[in-house]
Design a binder for this molecule. Structure first.
Ligand SMILES: O=C(O)[C@H](O)[C@@H](O)[C@H](O)[C@H](O)COP(=O)(O)O
Length: 238
C-alpha cells in the first residue's frame, strides 16, 4: 500500500484556500492548454466555499471548463441542502461564470435512475476528472461514501469503471440523513489530481486514523491503497 504524501499545514484559512485554489487552477489551466477542455469535481458542505471563491477569480479559459460535484444530496437546486446550489452561488461566479455545470441531481426519477443519468452525463463530458477537490466528514466519509452504507462496498470497489451511484439514506438515524448521489473510487483513481482540504484539528486526527484503516470500508484508506496520489492540505484555523 503506497504511503500518503505528508499532510501540508497552513497557518490560516486564507493561505490554505489560496494554496488549494492555486493548485486546482494550475491543473485545470494545463488541461485546457493540452486537451482544449478540463473537468473539475468538487464537494459540497461547509469547507470548500473559500476555495471556490478564489478559484472563481482565477484567470482561466473557463469557457472550456466544466464543473461538477463529487456528491449531491438528492434534492432540487432550490433546496438549501443542494450542493449544486453551492457550486452555482460560489464557484460559477466572477470569471468562472463562463464554465459549464454538470449536475448530478435529476428531477422526477429515483435516486438510482438519477445516478445512471449523471454517470452518462459525466461520461459524455470525458469520463475523467482533471482535478478533484474533496472534503471529509468527521465520520471519515468523502464524497457520499458513508460508514455502514449498503452502497459503500460498491463505491469503494477499485475494479469498477468510473460511475455515479445512488446512496440510500442511513437507517436508524445513521448518515446520510437524505438520499445522495456519489462518484465512486474509480473516478478518484483516474483523476489527474486529487486534493483533500481539511479544516480543524478534529478532522486532522480523523484523517490520520482513517489512513490506517480498512480499505474495504474506510474511504481514505481505500484511496491510499488504490495508489491515488492524494494531496492533503490542512489548516487548524476554522
Ligand atoms: O454533500 C456533502 O455534505 C459534501 O459533499 C460532503 O461529502 C463533504 O465533503 C463532507 O461531508 C465534509 O463536509 P463539511 O465540509 O461540511 O465538513
Amino acid at each position: 500500500m503506497s504511503e500518503p504524501r505528508p499532510v501540508e499545514t497552513f497557518p490560516t484559512v486564507e493561505t490554505w484556500a489560496e494554496a488549494i485554489a492555486a493548485r486546482l487552477s494550475e491543473t485545470l489551466g494545463a488541461a485546457v492548454r493540452e486537451n482544449g477542455r478540463a473537468l473539475f469535481a468538487g464537494p459540497g458542505g461547509s469547507t470548500p466555499a473559500p476555495v471556490y471563491r478564489r478559484l472563481a477569480a482565477t484567470d482561466l479559459d473557463w469557457s472550456k471548463i466544466a464543473a461538477t460535484l463529487v456528491d449531491e444530496r438528492y434534492v432540487p437546486e432550490t433546496s438549501p441542502e443542494s450542493n449544486a446550489r453551492l457550486i452555482r452561488d460560489v464557484l460559477l461566479q466572477d470569471k468562472a461564470a463562463a464554465a459549464r455545470f454538470i449536475p448530478l441531481y435529476t428531477p422526477e426519477v429515483t435516486v438510482d435512475r438519477a445516478g445512471i443519468v449523471a454517470a452518462k452525463a459525466l461520461a459524455d463530458a470525458g469520463g475523467r476528472f482533471d482535478a478533484v477537490l474533496l472534503g471529509m466528514g468527521e465520520d471519515g466519509h468523502i464524497c457520499s461514501m458513508f460508514p455502514n452504507s449498503p452502497t459503500l462496498k460498491t463505491l469503494l470497489t477499485p475494479t469498477l469503471k468510473p460511475t455515479v451511484l445512488g446512496v440510500p439514506h442511513g437507517r436508524d438515524g445513521a448518515a446520510p440523513t437524505i438520499e445522495r448521489l456519489s462518484i465512486n473510487l474509480a473516478y478518484l483513481m483516474s483523476a489527474g489530481r486529487v486534493i483533500l482540504g481539511l479544516k480543524g484539528a478534529v478532522k486532522r486526527r480523523i484523517f490520520e486514523e482513517q489512513a490506517q484503516g480498512d480499505p474495504r470500508i474506510q474511504p481514505i484508506a481505500a484511496l491510499i491503497a488504490a495508489g491515488v496520489p492524494l494531496e492533503v492540505l490542512y489548516t487548524e484555523a476554522s
